[in-house]
Write a protein that binds this ligand. Structure first.
Ligand code: UD1
Length: 344
């Protein structure tokens, strides 16, 4: 029988790509999503790729009663991948309570319900933001956690601590915490991708919108950092590579392959790419020019960070394989598809 997985936030950007990989690996997926930053068209996109329509429930994970009904309606959920969260750094500064409520209460509800429904484990979406500006690069999983620079970042740290304390207290499940670097790109079919609400805050959606003419030009935040070309450095990872890591992490929990009840993995490519390098890589990969200007630094930005991904490579047995050019091509195909479909 197929194992049943609850994917919270499964209609979102990383959640939808992960649902595709889970279904292709033979899992049955139940998506719970409040559609606050997505829509039902995403579920249709998943169905067009895999031929399987995942079960879908429009529920907010802060609603414990609603979640309980989902566990009753779909008995035998074996594992959870918890994506549902608010993730806009700037917004979190202005609406901290919204962020604390969404990102913390949702996790508490799931952790509370898991023992009652005998769920074996939870894979949690965390972020490299927990490392702040690391002293040593590339950054590995043993690097110290630094004070968060935003309420959003703080919710990720607090959620990691909640999971650790719950397991230390002997709650009967396992967890794998995945610290993402910068996910970009879209499914090669261009059926699903990143669909930001309003003006994109993240680099690649803004860049593709500038390239297609929706935005006048991309603003590059700072060229006076202490990096080779002066722009910030990040570790950009193809969202499909990232999605595949979730399937491996889940298998690891469900098949009892993990060495301890709680594990942490960095998910990055291991390569740092500057903002300017990324713009030029996009132009090389697609032949499309990106209008841009250099502006001042963005508050709260980290100068440079990229992953030491050896632990994920060796212990999880996962490695990112896509090149930055192919990844950017997939982001561009998705942008063209949105235009073709009259979405933007
Ligand atoms: C941010 C968060 C990260 C979060 C992620 C999810 C921090 C430090 N990082 O990542 O925790 O998980 O968002 O949304 O809080 N840039 C431009 N012009 C733009 C947009 C971005 O130059 O219009 C630059 C930024 O300065 C940065 C890089 O592009 O150097 C990547 O920015 P972005 O895509 O927003 O991701 P992060 O800030 O790295």
């Amino acid at each position: 029988m197929k194992k049943k997985i609850l994917v919270t936030g499964g209609a979102g950007y990383i959640g939808s790509h992960t649902t595709v990989e889970l279904q292709e690996a033979g899992y049955e997926v139940v998506i719970v999503d409040n559609l606050s930053n997505s829509n039902l068209g995403v579920v249709e996109g998943i169905e067009r790729i895999t031929g399987i329509r995942p079960a879908f429930e429009q529920i907010d994970c802060t609603d414990k009663k609603g979640l309980t009904e989902v566990f009753n309606k779909y008995p035998g959920i074996n594992g959870i991948i918890h994506f549902a969260a608010s993730k806009a750094v700037g917004e979190s500064v202005h609406k901290p309570l919204l962020y604390y409520r969404n990102n913390i209460v949702s996790l508490l509800n799931l952790l509370d319900l898991m023992p009652e429904y005998q769920v074996k484990g939870i894979v949690f979406s965390s972020s490299c933001t927990v490392y702040g500006q690391p002293e040593k690069l590339p950054v590995d999983e043993t690097a110290p956690i630094q004070p968060a620079l935003s309420p959003y970042g703080n919710t990720k740290q607090i959620d990691e601590e909640i999971i650790r304390d719950a397991l230390n207290a002997g709650l009967p499940y396992k967890s794998i915490i995945l610290r993402y670097f910068n996910p970009i790109g879209a499914h090669p079919s261009a059926e699903i991708g990143e669909l930001p609400n309003g003006v994109p805050q993240n680099l690649v959606p803004y860049l593709t919108q500038a390239a297609i003419g929706i935005r006048k030009e991309l603003s590059i935040y700072g060229n006076d950092y202490n990096t080779p070309d002066g722009s910030c450095i990040r570790d950009y990872i193809h969202v499909v590579d990232l999605a595949k890591a979730h399937v491996i992490a889940l298998d690891r929990i469900l098949e009892n392959k993990s060495e301890s009840r709680l594990e942490y993995f960095n998910l990055g490519t291991g390569k740092g790419v500057s903002v300017l390098e990324l713009v030029y890589a996009f132009e090389r990969a697609t032949g499309v020019k990106v209008p841009f200007k250099i502006v001042g630094r963005r508050e709260g930005d980290i100068e440079q960070i990229w992953a030491d991904s050896r632990y994920a490579n060796e212990v999880l047995g996962w490695k990112s394989v896509e090149t930055i050019e192919d990844t950017l091509k997939s982001a561009w195909r998705w942008q063209l598809k949105l235009r073709e479909n009259g979405i933007m």
